[in-house]
Ligand binder design. Structure first.
Ligand code: WT7
Length: 650
């Protein structure tokens, strides 16, 4: 498998933070030889400590690891206050609304806005250090203020993506026992208002730990106000003081929770703590995007996902960069919108998901050529493997064959990138995440022996030593934390972090991620547990059994394919109605992002005699592949052919 190799742009490399592979190797060696020395050096260099730490890493209670022990700092201060000396009038945030409205927020303004917000939460709502605050917001600057305000007062934020339903929001509020929700009336999408507050109302119906809801009025549509519970941000913010003393936080005080899907029906609250997270957010921003003082950086993610946390808000602001927040969708009013924005704001680094690239390619192949994209230096992708045709278009048409493409591999749990090219150093190959970043002991291991796999052999993508931004826990579930991430692979007899992804080395030792090895699927870069979707479908009263698998999808990466066995065996009376009914349950339980692309009403599911559903067979059938595995051990082998025929005739 020999792929084309693209060397870094020489001009770019001259001023890059890591200029060549020798520098990369030197850093990686430094980390290998003196792991704590390496991290301690950066922690001192990059962060402003209120009190210094006494120990770099304490792994005596692995996997409960502590970084920068006894150090004191405040993450909001790292992102704002320390820049005021040299950057007070620099744009911290450039906001573009769906309808083209614009705002530029300087670091000094950000300081005032966040402090007012922090005072509001503290003084009006009584939010204290350690309290959980749920944020259910559109992509507006107030979402970033809300995050940083929580960080300033030591509250733990838990952002729930705006596409999740009331039920999903309720589950996350309850799991975190949050007292406050910050939301907006709604926002705009494709020039039309859409609503969020009614979803919050529904999520809080019938009792909830939440006693205060703060509503940012963005679209001024009519909403219901519950007296004594709901308050207008726009009103309350006016009278808040512009100074708010940052809470002194321990390195290991929690910064946020972010719920993500695993292989059970219940999402897990991934916990990240203060110092280690912000350190790696800043370091990867600097290394992987190589943002310079006068650059404008744009990541198109939503703050509801980890990419929005680390690479729209925390990373860029920690390094004092200018970050763009965009409310709209990339294809509205047409598929030239992002390129128009790149031209207008002279964007230097652009970071998006393969699914967006595929859609922009398909809907607007020639759009990039209509705009001046010469400001671009680094293009990033994240969230799923990118396919070579999309990569090629991105590289040639968007980047004019002169920009590095950084295919960044990471996860909610890793806090920041773990495998990625460095734009000034790493020769890149299409659709390849390349090498672990300096300091990250990323290795592809054989799950049985724990040995490094041979070239070309698929193994498990692992990180063999804890690193500063590693997940610190699953909220309220220690056992699940240990089992989910440290149970499957051992190296030299010791449990290590396993990502859940498969990966393979090529002849240059480059890493290509091959996809999840568990029952997690990736739809448009959104991670979803098949068990979660199954649990939702099972709530339909007529459903006896269900199995959900992923199926390759041209635009979304993976689509959702459900095999449903109904309770009544008189067949399906009205298939269209039944599909609608099932999708309605999903919409209610999870949200539109989890709607099925295909639903097949099967007479039964292929199971082993012990009752285990053979998902591998179902995956093959969904893909239209021939079944190669032995089906003779199934409880009812004839079911396979029946389902195959049903899928074929669809
Ligand atoms: C899963 C993590 C990372 C932020 C957005 C998603 C897949 C992520 C890549 C990549 C191939 C990738 C993995 C991973 N993934 N980046 N560059 N190449 N696959 O975060 O929701 O936690 O999902 O996304 O399967 O485990 P997430």
């Amino acid at each position: 498998m020999s792929k084309s190799v693209f060397k870094p742009n020489k001009e770019f490399a001259k001023t890059a933070r890591i200029k060549n592979m020798c520098e990369y190797q030197a850093l990686q060696e430094e980390a290998m030889e003196d792991y704590e020395g390496f991290w301690g050096r950066y922690a001192k260099e990059k962060l402003d400590w209120i009190e210094p730490f006494n120990e770099v890493m304490d792994e005596s209670n692995f996997p409960f690891v502590k970084w920068f022990k006894d150090g004191k700092l405040n993450v909001a201060e790292q992102c704002i206050d320390r820049h005021l000396k040299t950057r007070k009038n620099k744009a911290a945030i450039i906001f573009e609304g769906d309808r083209g409205d614009k705002q530029i927020i300087t670091y000094l303004e950000l300081y005032y806005n966040v402090n007012r917000f922090a005072n509001l939460l503290k003084k009006e709502f009584g939010v204290k250090k350690g309290d959980r605050v749920v944020i259910y917001m559109p992509m507006i600057p107030e979402a970033a203020y809300a995050m940083l305000a929580c960080a300033r007062i030591g509250a733990i934020h838990s952002i729930v993506f705006g596409g999740f339903s009331a039920e999903a929001l309720r589950d996350r509020i309850e799991d975190a026992d949050a007292k406050v929700v910050i939301t907006a009336d709604g926002a705009y999408r494709k020039d039309k208002p859409y609503m969020l507050k009614p979803v919050v109302d529904q999520a809080l119906e019938g009792g909830s730990p939440v006693n205060k809801v703060l509503v940012v009025e963005r679209n001024d549509e009519d909403i219901t106000w519950v007296a004594g519970r709901d308050y207008s941000y726009n009103e309350l913010i006016k009278s808040q003081e512009v100074h708010c003393e940052p809470e002194v936080m321990d390195s290991e005080d929690p910064l946020f929770l972010l719920y993500t899907s695993g292989s059970t029906g219940k999402p897990k609250g991934v916990q990240h703590n203060s110092a280690g997270y912000i350190l790696w957010a800043q370091m990867t921003m600097e290394w992987v995007f190589d943002v310079k003082e006068n650059d404008t950086y744009w990541c198109t993610a939503d703050v509801g996902w980890i990419t929005g946390h680390t690479y729209i808000v925390y990373g860029p602001l920690a390094m004092g960069a200018t970050t763009v927040i965009f409310e709209g969708v990339p294809t509205y009013p047409d598929a030239g919108r992002p390129w128009k924005m790149v031209e207008e704001y002279k964007i230097n680094q652009f970071y998006t998901a393969p699914t967006a690239i595929r859609v922009l390619h398909k809907m607007g192949e020639d759009e990039p050529a209509k705009y001046d994209l010469s400001s671009l230096k680094v293009l990033g992708t994240v969230g799923e493997p990118i396919d070579p045709p999309a990569w090629k278009w991105y590289y040639e048409e968007v980047g004019s064959s002169k920009c590095a493409i950084v295919d960044t591999y990471w996860q909610t749990e890793t806090g920041g990138h773990i495998v990625s090219p460095l734009p000034g150093a790493t020769p890149i190959k299409p659709a390849c995440a390349t090498l672990p970043l300096p300091g990250i002991m990323g290795e592809i291991l054989d799950p049985v022996t724990g040995e490094r796999v041979e070239t070309g052999e698929t193994g498990y993508m692992c990180v063999t030593r804890p690193w500063p931004s590693m997940i610190r826990g699953v909220w309220g579930d220690e056992e699940r934390f240990v089992k989910s991430y440290f149970g499957d692979v051992k190296k030299n007899g010791k449990p290590i972090y396993f990502t859940g992804d498969g990966a393979v080395y090529d002849e240059d030792g480059y890493i290509t991620i091959t996809g999840r090895t568990d029952d997690v699927i990736n739809v448009s870069g959104h991670r979803m547990g098949t068990a979660e979707i199954e649990a939702a479908i099972k709530k339909h009263p007529n459903v006896a059994e269900v199995a959900v698998v992923g199926k390759p999808h041209e635009l979304k990466g993976e689509g959702i394919f459900a095999y449903v066995v109904l309770k009544s065996d008189d067949g399906v009376a009205d298939e269209v109605e039944e599909v609608k009914a099932i999708n309605n349950v999903i919409k209610k339980e999870i949200g539109n992002i989890a709607l099925c692309d295909d639903i097949v009403f099967a007479p039964g599911l292929p199971k082993t005699r012990s009752g285990k559903i053979m998902r591998r067979i179902l995956r093959s059938i969904a893909k239209g592949e021939a079944i190669t595995q032995d089906i003779s051990t199934l409880e009812d082998p004839s079911i396979v052919e029946k389902i195959e025929n049903m899928v074929k005739s669809k």
